[in-house]
Design a binder for this molecule. Structure first.
Ligand code: SF4
Length: 239
């Protein structure tokens, strides 16, 4: 598609180290309306939403509703939707939880977490991305070892489709994200006040203990730290 008209190494060079506002401005000017923010209503995602909606108020925001989210996540989703009058689109898994249990057994997340994530997160996000040329995330390099090498702009391949993935917070620390959130009075998920540093589905998320890494509460004890929505695509080598 249009994507290959871009000189990715030059774009990365020009955007690396720039502010989230600068990066989002570039992305939205270039790709709107075929660009959207992927949001789980984490503190990073609401930071991105706060800036992006100032640039383009009706920018699309999409949310993968797994059916296993915390009630606190439903609450913050509604609060942010109302505050920003969000153009929010939700994508659901093909199977409801009851149907999934009938087909694959109860509590699939306990026995086969990768499969559960594929059914409830990866397949819906593929549908969401199939309608776009570019997507925006709240990924930071310091979140996990799996994220240390992400670029500010990447290419994702989805079947025959190639998308631009924009990561405007890539260089920020957790502290910087929280400072922006507090300074700008952005509402946040109250689970953060109870020791949850990274918030996913309720059965697979626990609070983080002192000294643990910020994603240590995700799939604890399962040797898994990513759900797959950020690594199901083949990343193109850019350098
Ligand atoms: S995070 Fe857990 S409950 Fe949610 S889709 Fe993945 S395995 Fe299933």
């Amino acid at each position: 598609m249009i994507i290959f008209a871009i000189d990715l190494p030059s774009i990365i060079k020009s955007l690396e180290g720039r502010t989230p506002i600068h990066i989002l401005n570039w992305a939205i000017r270039k790709y709107h309306p075929r660009i959207a923010i992927a949001s789980s209503f984490s503190v990073e995602d609401t930071f991105v939403i706060d800036i992006a909606t100032k640039i383009q108020p009706n920018i699309k925001v999409f949310y993968i509703n797994t059916g296993y989210q915390f009630k606190e996540t439903d609450i913050i989703k509604d609060v942010i939707r109302k505050k920003y009058d969000l153009n929010l689109v939700e994508y659901f898994p093909k199977l409801g939880i009851a149907e999934q249990s009938l087909k694959y057994g109860e509590k699939l997340y306990e026995k086969k977490a990768d499969m559960c994530c594929r059914l409830r997160k990866v397949e819906p996000i593929k549908r969401a991305l199939s309608e776009l040329d570019a997507w925006i995330t709240g990924l930071r390099r310091s979140q996990a070892v799996t994220r240390k090498k992400i670029d500010v702009v990447q290419l994702s391949e989805l079947g025959n489709q190639t998308l631009v993935k924009v990561n405007p917070l890539v260089n920020l620390t957790r502290r910087q994200v929280w400072k922006y959130t507090m300074d700008n009075k952005i509402p946040y998920n109250t689970l953060y006040d109870r020791g949850y540093l990274s918030i996913g589905c309720e059965p697979c998320t626990r609070p983080v203990q002192q000294g643990e890494h910020e994603r240590a509460g995700r799939w604890a004890g399962k040797g898994k730290i990513e759900c797959g929505i950020h690594n199901f695509t083949k990343m193109r080598k850019t350098k």
